[in-house]
Design a binder for this molecule. Structure first.
Ligand code: WT7
Length: 656
């Protein structure tokens, strides 16, 4: 593997941080998990995970904790359970039917839905009956393309209930991205909506499905939730959710499935243009997700109100807005819209209204709020908050301190949680009642998790590449339909170790610092996008000859996409140098992948810098994009190219 990004010196310098923040005394005294957990897990890792799996309801106990045939793991072998029953039925049976599962907040002012566990069970049962009527059976795949409305969680749980794997596609992805994902998974059914509310206006979703489905012969039906009431085109595969779900019996007798029954696929970007369908199964996933949600947030389900701001289209939404909190019988807030809809203090009014006590969000959001000013959160009563979480990218100490002081009022511990789509659940994080935190660090592996930082040869070192050296219950079971890629991507770089793709470093106090990706994967606002994917989107435009894409540091979004493009000879200079052309290319990327992949800057350049062997020098382009002093350019086939690019950078076309 070629390693493009050396962890930047700015990030490396973080590990000289000496400030420490101890757990609040009160919280520590009543914490769900104490330091004993580290000892227990160290003594007997498998027994530790068995104990956590014991928090779930199993219809048949497992015969073996772990069957590890590297790189293939089976957890809780022989065990049987139903994920939906674990999230719903068992709580209702325990008398918690009246507890609120979701306080749903729609984007339009005053739009609310309160759903208790009993109501959620009824809704999921109806949806499961509808799936059965539509011919969905165990082992099928269902694509879910929905806004952040309760039906997203209901659809996921209904799939789990009948043993079908869901594949949720983020609503910000394009029709083409849908085609790729539906086709790869061979999905039989698509569940979508007419649209959702974003930035104060209805934003259509169904047109993308209308465009995609004719290219996807596996799709038999499309179920459409009416959310915005906007006009939609209609085909003979389409069915309204209200027609097919609402009339179903609100009772559904769930059967149990093998612990290794596929629960979901979630597509994520890799280092090539083709997204990977990350496969997660049922028992191990649910065990680790439920335990980490309870342990890392010190969840008290009777009294806490928990809010994970992630969209269900990402793994954070799967594990910590749906499966984790529901498995723990928590009360959650679910919010449909953007942080500035109805005012830039929208989030803080939600926290105040619902007395949110645990908030889980991303550094990019925190930095945006910092920029918007302290007065906005300052105008609301945020005293209900007691634990704050961060996920998606390294959180810089400045943002960490701001989060702690301005949002947390100096009272709340911050848990900076490192994990990935592939890990399924949190892996590296402090425990709020145990760990004395350094601002900006995820501190160290959770109990039951084993990490090493290794050098190129795979030898443990103080700084280098982050690896996981023991299987964990929520680990991916593979890449859908591509065993070879699974082996190569994660298990071939270092013998016997899972290679995460991140740089990391232990500091002198044995505290772990995550230093960002070391491969061709960008992290934009906590979302993973591959440089190659954006490059192939650009090159598919008829006027583009070549494209090179890099992630440049960005004060708000972590990284921003910068594209260097050469145009075909047939394109006139005055066309290709114009703002309209850059805009057209940006729109083209949005169409190919989705608006989230639109480059912040597009630079039209006569040549791309290449080595003598013809490799594009992205490292150098990244320096250009970040306006850094240039390093060694002697391997450049044509060194003048760099100067030409640098000159251009001044007047590069910028998004905003
Ligand atoms: C990549 C995984 C996990 C859900 C959201 C992203 C980066 C994630 C942290 C953190 C430093 C982090 C890593 C990782 N990342 N959390 N707390 N500190 N980096 O999921 O899209 O699968 O991305 O996000 O680079 O590899 P994902």
């Amino acid at each position: 593997m070629r390693l493009m990004n050396e962890p930047s010196t700015e990030l490396s310098a973080l590990s000289t941080e000496t400030r420490r923040f101890d757990p609040p005394t009160e919280l520590a005294a009543h914490a769900n998990v104490t330091a004993d957990a580290y000892e227990d897990a160290a003594k007997d890792r498998l027994a530790f995970w068995e104990a956590q799996a014991g928090r779930l309801q199993w219809d048949r106990g497992w015969d073996r904790v772990l069957d590890w045939q590297p790189p293939f793991a089976k957890w809780f072998v022989g065990g049987e359970l139903n994920a939906s029953v674990n999230c719903l039925d068992r709580h209702v049976e325990a008398g918690l039917g009246d507890r609120v599962a979701y306080h749903w907040v729609g984007e339009p002012e005053g739009d609310r839905r309160t759903i208790t566990y009993a109501e959620l069970l009824a809704e999921v049962s109806k949806a499961a009956n509808a799936l059965t009527e539509l011919g969905i059976v165990q082992g099928d795949r269902v694509c879910i393309y929905l806004p952040m409305i309760p039906e997203a969680a209901i659809a996921m749980l209904a799939c789990a209930r009948v043993g079908a794997a869901h594949s949720v596609v983020f609503g910000g992805f394009s029709a083409q991205a849908l085609v790729d994902r539906i086709t790869d998974a061979d999905a039989k059914l698509v569940i979508t909506a007419d649209g959702g509310y974003r930035r104060g206006a209805p934003s259509a979703l169904k047109p993308a499905v209308d465009e995609a489905v004719p290219q996807c012969p596996s799709v038999e039906h499309v179920v459409v939730v009416k959310r915005t009431g906007q006009d939609v085109a209609w085909t003979d595969k389409d069915l309204w959710w209200s027609d097919v779900v609402d009339r179903q019996p609100a009772v559904h007798q769930a059967t149990s499935f093998d612990a290794e029954n596929p629960l979901f696929l979630l597509y994520t970007s890799g280092t090539t243009g083709k997204p990977k369908g990350i496969l997660h199964t049922t028992g191990g996933y649910l065990a680790q997700v439920a335990w980490t949600h309870w342990a890392v947030f010190d969840l008290k389900p009777e009294t806490d109100v928990y809010w994970c701001t992630a969209d269900v289209g990402w793994v954070t939404g799967h594990s910590y807005a749906v499966y984790g909190p529901l498995a723990n019988a928590a009360t959650s807030v679910l919010y449909e819209g953007t942080p500035d809809a109805g005012g830039r203090d929208r989030w803080w009014s939600v926290v105040e209204e619902f007395r949110v006590s645990i908030l889980y969000t991303a550094p990019t959001a925190i930095r945006t709020f910092m920029k918007w000013g302290d007065e906005l959160p300052g105008g609301h009563d945020l005293t209900s908050l007691r634990v704050l979480g961060s996920v998606g990218e390294p959180i810089n100490p400045e943002a960490w301190i701001w989060y702690r002081d301005v949002i947390g009022g100096g009272r709340c511990p911050i848990v900076d949680t490192w994990w990935q789509t592939e890990t399924g659940a949190m892996m590296i994080s402090p425990l709020p009642g145990v760990t004395s935190c350094k601002p900006g660090s995820a501190m160290g592996p959770l109990p039951g998790i084993a990490v090493d930082v290794v050098n190129d040869d795979g030898d443990p070192k103080r700084a280098g590449f982050l690896t996981l050296n023991e299987p964990w219950p929520a680990m991916l079971r593979g890449i859908w339909g591509d065993e070879q890629r699974y082996r190569e991507t994660y298990w071939s770089r270092f013998e016997g170790r899972y290679f995460a793709g991140d740089g990391a470093k232990w500091d002198d106090d044995d505290v772990l610092w995550l230093l960002g990706r070391v491969d061709d994967v960008m992290n934009v606002s906590g979302h993973r996008i591959s440089t190659t994917e954006v490059e192939s989107a650009l090159v598919s435009h008829p006027s583009v000859a070549e494209a090179a894409v890099v992630g440049a540091n960005d004060a708000t979004t972590g990284q921003a996409i910068v594209a260097f493009v050469t145009v075909r000879g047939s394109v006139a200079d005055d066309v290709s140098s114009g703002e309209a052309f850059a805009k057209e290319l940006r729109e083209h990327v949005a169409k190919e992948i989705g608006p989230i992949a639109k480059p912040r800057q597009i630079l039209i350049t006569p040549e791309l810098p290449k080595t003598r062997s013809g490799k594009i020098m992205r490292r150098l382009l990244r320096d250009v994009a970040e306006h850094r002093e240039l390093g060694d350019v002697t391997t450049l086939a044509d060194p003048t190219v760099v100067n030409a690019i640098n000159d251009k950078m001044g007047d590069a076309s910028t998004e905003d």
